[in-house]
Design a protein around this ligand. Structure first.
Ligand code: SAH
Length: 346
């Protein structure tokens, strides 16, 4: 049986073509499923009975199973979603003034082992499929629908547990699916992929023809500190990363966002700010400063607010567009870097 949610529009067209069906069938099916919320093939009245029966025997829709739901005082919702094999993944819904943002998990665990990240404490068990990422958004849409205010998910960030570019094909299919006009129809500019910085994947991504935002987890502007914080930097040092980013910018004409977690006495001095502005000056990217969310087992501390402001001011003075990330859901461990679905049977 095939999980219907694993198919982007393009993949579904291909699959149906192999069954001798016209392209129009993919349009019909997508409209039923993603526009009318109908997942029972027998209700799809404009599709022939014979073909409906074929669909019924070959495709299924996985159940949407919420294992745990936590709601923060700021309205942030953190879900633990149970996948078909019993694995649990976290997804977070944040309510910004401009829309409803879902942070999606892309892998079960993560192999990048960044030393400040809770997710990195778990080894990767497997990649998530396209459908397993999609269901996180669909469930959040269900919850918003239940609230009855006509709201829906307007933005998606692939910033939950996992390294999206270590699960490249599934993540790209997921992006195409939620972006497609017959799919969830979320505008490409409302979609963001966040990567720890894998140069060949950044270059590949430059050729996908998507207007999706790319965020780079930078966190340090020299190799010594970055290699200490992020294992990936030992394989792909800053020179290789920056070269890939410049290539991406040239090919797409798009700006990247540099994510920079401020860690007390590690990367938060004014000299660090100067080094950061020198490093990225040759690119068009902007900086998003992230307040560190403490993780019990980890040795890092949060930079005090006055130092955050000083760092911010310094970057701005040096001509770098910089913002500080707003924090959500801190009271339910839904904040950045804290997602860590405990595995059930271990
Ligand atoms: N692997 C991807 C996406 C997942 S991490 C990446 O590296 O970008 C998403 C973001 O959360 C990254 O910028 C990551 O560095 C940040 N993050 C991880 N742990 C954090 C913590 N404890 N506090 C604040 N941000 C954290």
């Amino acid at each position: 049986m095939l999980n219907f949610y694993d198919f982007s529009y393009e993949l579904l067209q291909e699959e149906l073509a192999n069954r001798g069906q016209s392209n129009y069938r993919a349009t019909q099916l997508f409209k039923w499923v993603y526009k009318k919320q109908v997942t029972d093939f027998s209700e799809m009245s404009d599709i022939s009975k014979v073909f409906r029966e074929e669909l019924l025997s070959d495709f299924y829709f996985p159940q949407r199973k919420v294992h745990t739901k936590q709601v923060s005082s700021d309205g942030t919702i953190k879900l633990l979603i149970e996948l078909e094999d019993g694995a649990l993944v976290e997804a977070v819904l944040m309510r910004y003034s401009y829309g409803n943002v879902v942070c999606v998990t892309s892998q079960l665990g993560c192999n990048m082992a960044c030393t400040f990240c809770a997710s990195g404490l778990l080894r990767k068990r497997r990649d998530l499929t396209t459908g397993e990422m999609l269901i996180q958004v669909l469930i959040m849409n269900d919850l918003l629908r239940e609230e009855g205010n006509g709201e829906r998910v307007t933005h998606v960030v692939v910033m939950g547990t996992g390294e999206p570019f270590d699960n490249y094909d599934n993540v790209l299919n997921f992006i195409r699916l939620i972006n497609h006009p017959y799919g969830l129809e979320i505008g490409a500019r409302h979609l963001t992929i966040s990567t720890c910085g894998i140069p060949d994947k950044i270059k590949k991504f430059a050729h996908e023809g998507l207007q999706v935002n790319l965020a780079i987890s930078l966190h340090a502007a020299n190799n010594k500190t970055r290699s200490r914080l992020m294992k990936i930097n030992r394989t792909y040092p800053l020179e290789a990363l920056m070269e890939a980013i410049k290539y991406y910018e040239k090919m797409t004409n798009r700006r990247v966002t540099y994510e920079y977690i401020l860690l007390k006495d590690v990367n938060d001095s004014l000299a660090d700010a100067d080094e950061l502005s020198d490093l990225i000056r040759g690119t068009n990217g902007y900086v998003n400063l992230i307040p560190f969310n403490p993780v019990e087992e980890l040795p890092y501390q949060r930079t005090p607010n006055n130092r955050v402001s000083a760092f911010l001011d310094r970057l701005i003075k040096r001509g770098i567009t910089t913002t500080v990330r707003k924090e959500f859901g801190t009271d339910i461990d839904a904040a950045c870097g804290q997602l860590r679905a405990k595995e059930e049977n271990s």
